[in-house]
Design a protein around this ligand. Structure first.
Ligand code: B12
Ligand code: SF4
Ligand code: SF4
Length: 367
């Protein structure tokens, strides 16, 4: 019997493909193996010490993970469905990248669960991966015919561009092969020249040490030059996506990004922030990291009340918050007000003291 096409199979089995989802499939075994490439990023230290897929590249990058798997269904979710009017930002507003405006992984997970359930009823094995450290989600995207890898490293599809999240489900069933495509970015390099930090200077290679999206999720101390480049971003960065021509039809009328009131964020307790943004990747599930992001974004896009709130945050129990409050006051030219409200002699954290002394030195060496 001839293998069936995946879309026809879904139709015949009453599996509805929800709006925004694209489905394709690759035949297994595939001989696709990206372990070397992931390991190379690690060797070249472009992974900024992240764990994720870098913890075990030999496994995460391997296409033929399961002896029993005959196909891998690749599903992508184009999350920009509702066109909304564009906004530009007012002082005090921080931006959230479009993929994190709400938990867009949820519809993808739900659809994958439905497919999994269907195969389980037929006693066929399945294993799914969505944003897991165990699996490089872009692995089969090109082979499945859904699109191509752009110079921004994003997987792009015609009419959707980079605005999609990817999941995979390995199944113990064969389908007919999908058509291969020869899409490419051609001579375009708009993502490279619109990246505010130079993280994409080398085509198809991201240097995470320079990526704003990485730093806003990182538990490390954010370098000074990066803090300014973060601008008013509170979570995620969309610059290399917004500039990408194949995604422009999605761009033109969409609300550019979601915004948050940064002062409100700073006045909210850290646990409530983790609850409010529970779909974000937040190091150690500690909401102070979101306050750190808000301090940086507000210092870069201040309102009149910024000074007042930064001074208030100097009394925080968290050394991280005190450190960034000192920087924030320096950034809005209010460094000198620190000594009026804060006894630096009583500071017991060396990290905070170092930050204060470094900025102090910079001010005096510039005078
Ligand atoms: C770690 C991680 C990050 C890191 C590092 C990103 C990166 N590019 O590696 C950080 C925190 C910076 C990040 C940011 C973002 N991420 Co992220 N992230 C991941 C994660 C967990 C692992 C990625 C990984 O393994 N990278 C390893 C390196 C080796 O992969 P790579 O960059 O694709 O490398 C390939 C190319 O360099 C290629 N290559 C090398 N040379 C050449 C030459 C040519 C000619 C060609 C064609 C290719 C090529 O070979 C390599 C292997 O294939 C995945 C989820 C997952 N489990 O897979 C999500 C994932 C990649 N992220 C995703 C998203 C949405 C984002 C953001 C858009 C979020 C945002 N708005 O802030 C940004 C985009 C930044 C960017 N330009 O990539 C989506 C991307 C979907 C898509 N359409 O591609 C994923 C797949 C999550 C998901 N399940 O949907 N992310
Ligand atoms: S997410 Fe932002 S900082 Fe990172 S590569 Fe894209 S444009 Fe550059
Ligand atoms: S902006 Fe241009 S070069 Fe960059 S990923 Fe999109 S099409 Fe490719």
């Amino acid at each position: 019997m001839e293998d069936i096409n995946i879309i026809n199979y879904f139709l015949e089995n009453d599996i509805d493909i929800p709006n925004g989802m694209s489905v394709s499939v690759v035949d297994l075994p595939s001989e696709v193996d990206k372990s070397f490439e992931i390991e190379k990023v690690k060797q070249e230290k472009r992974h900024a010490n992240m764990k994720f897929t870098f913890s075990n590249p030999n496994y995460s990058g391997l296409g033929d993970k399961f002896d029993w798997a005959l196909s891998c269904i690749v599903i992508s979710y184009s999350y920009l469905l509702n066109n909304q009017s564009n906004i530009s930002y007012s002082p005090g507003e921080g931006s959230i990248a479009s993929f994190a405006k709400e938990d867009y992984y949820l519809p993808l997970k739900n659809f994958i669960d439905e497919i999994k359930f269907h195969f389980e009823l037929k006693n066929l094995k399945t294993t799914e991966f969505i944003d897991s450290p165990q699996h490089y989600d872009r692995l089969f995207f090109e082979n499945s015919g859904l699109g191509w890898q752009g110079k921004s490293t994003m997987m792009l599809s015609p009419g959707i561009g980079p605005w999609q999240l990817i999941g995979n489900i390995y199944v113990e069933k064969k389908f007919s092969k999908e058509k291969q495509n020869t899409y490419s970015c051609g001579s375009c390099n708009l993502c490279q020249i619109s990246c505010p930090t130079g993280a994409l200077d080398e085509s198809y290679k991201l240097d995470s040490n320079k990526c704003i999206s990485y730093w806003l999720q990182s538990p490390e101390i954010i370098p000074h030059d990066m803090r300014s480049k973060i601008g008013n971003r509170f979570y995620g960065c969309d610059e290399c996506l917004l500039s990408c021509p194949p995604g422009q039809n999605k761009n033109i009328n969409i609300r550019k990004n979601e915004s948050v009131n940064l002062i409100e964020i700073l006045n909210t307790d850290s646990d409530s922030l983790v609850e409010k943004f529970n779909w974000f990747y937040i190091p150690k599930r500690n909401g102070d990291y979101l306050k750190r992001n808000a301090l940086i974004a507000l210092a870069n896009n201040p309102v009149e009340k910024s000074k007042e709130i930064f001074l208030k945050m100097l009394n925080s129990d968290s050394e991280m918050i005190r450190l960034y409050s000192i920087w924030a006051l320096w950034k809005i030219d209010e460094f000198e007000s620190i000594s009026e409200f804060f006894l630096i002699e009583n500071e017991n954290s060396n990290l905070v003291l170092d930050e204060y002394q470094r900025l102090n030195k910079m001010i005096y060496s510039n005078k």
